[in-house]
Design a protein around this ligand. Structure first.
Ligand SMILES: [Zn+2]
Ligand SMILES: [Zn+2]
Length: 269
């Protein structure tokens, strides 16, 4: 069977990633209004009521904005760590008890036909996670909102067919940005903040060396990065290692405010 993956939104103004394997469909994060998420799903021909659940990474608003609305309107189970549940409880409204699911980093489980592996990421939230999803021999991993690409993250993600990794900012653009306070800059640059373009590129080289064939750069900063810059940093790093972007490895940038293309992964990938 094929696996489908599509970033609906990715960045500081909202995040939602769609994935399907067999008849199982789910979202990672629901960080736009319910209406926006419904429109984005409609654009790829998916009825929100056909989703099997929503996996939440952490409680920052650009990851959970529409989670409560989606869960209540379409009776979708929400999955999050216990600490994330605690931290987002007063932000997403009341969720019926039978839709509350708790995940634990390192405790893999099945959601329909898809395997789900939550793993810890270093970020300034209560108990944030990334997710690895798999079906057959295919797997997709997503890791955004992480200050550092740790060995723990590497071992959780390595070997994935497709990886969506954060390529948040260019440190020089960030440092020179007059609209950001010194405190905010320190937060973003810190080891529980966000991954820079160069750190992302380094991590991707390791992942490609371990077999990853499709790469998506995600969670780009609106002010301290551009899609062209993020792509160039990763492409340059690849070419230095004799990896040909577009030939050896597919490389794309997830769009911030509109639906990106749908990735179709085949069992032979
Ligand atoms: Zn975020
Ligand atoms: Zn965050």
């Amino acid at each position: 069977m094929d696996m489908y993956f599509c970033p609906l939104y990715s960045g500081s103004s909202g995040n939602a990633l769609f994935c399907q394997y067999g008849s199982t469909r789910l979202l990672i994060d629901a960080g736009k209004t319910g209406r926006c998420l419904g429109e984005a799903l409609a654009a790829i021909g998916v009825d929100p009521a056909s989703l099997d659940g929503v996996l939440i990474t952490h409680e920052h608003s650009e990851h959970i904005r529409g989670a409560g609305v989606l869960a209540r309107k379409y009776r979708l189970p929400l999955y999050a760590t216990q600490e994330t549940w605690r931290a987002m409880a007063d932000k997403i409204g009341r969720i019926p008890g039978d839709l509350i699911r708790t995940v634990r980093p390192g405790a893999d489980f099945w959601l329909g036909e898809m395997g789900v592996g939550p793993f810890s990421i270093p970020h300034d939230a209560a108990d944030p996670v990334g997710y690895r999803l798999w079906g057959g021999s295919l797997s997709v991993s997503t890791a955004t909102d992480l200050g550092e690409f740790t060995e723990n993250v590497y071992s959780a993600v390595r070997g994935s067919t497709l990886v969506l990794l954060e390529s948040n900012h260019d440190p020089e653009l960030l440092r020179a940005n007059p609209r950001y306070s010194a405190q905010l800059k320190a937060r973003i640059l810190g080891d529980h903040g966000h991954l820079s373009n160069a750190a992302c590129a380094d991590a991707l080289l390791r992942l490609i060396g371990a077999g990853t064939k499709h790469v998506i750069l995600g969670h780009l900063s609106a002010e301290n990065n551009t899609p062209t810059l993020a792509q160039r940093v990763s492409e340059t790093a690849m070419m230095r290692e004799d990896i040909r972007p577009g030939e050896d490895v597919e490389l794309q940038v997830a769009l911030r405010d509109e639906v990106s293309s749908i990735f179709r992964l085949k069992e032979t990938d």
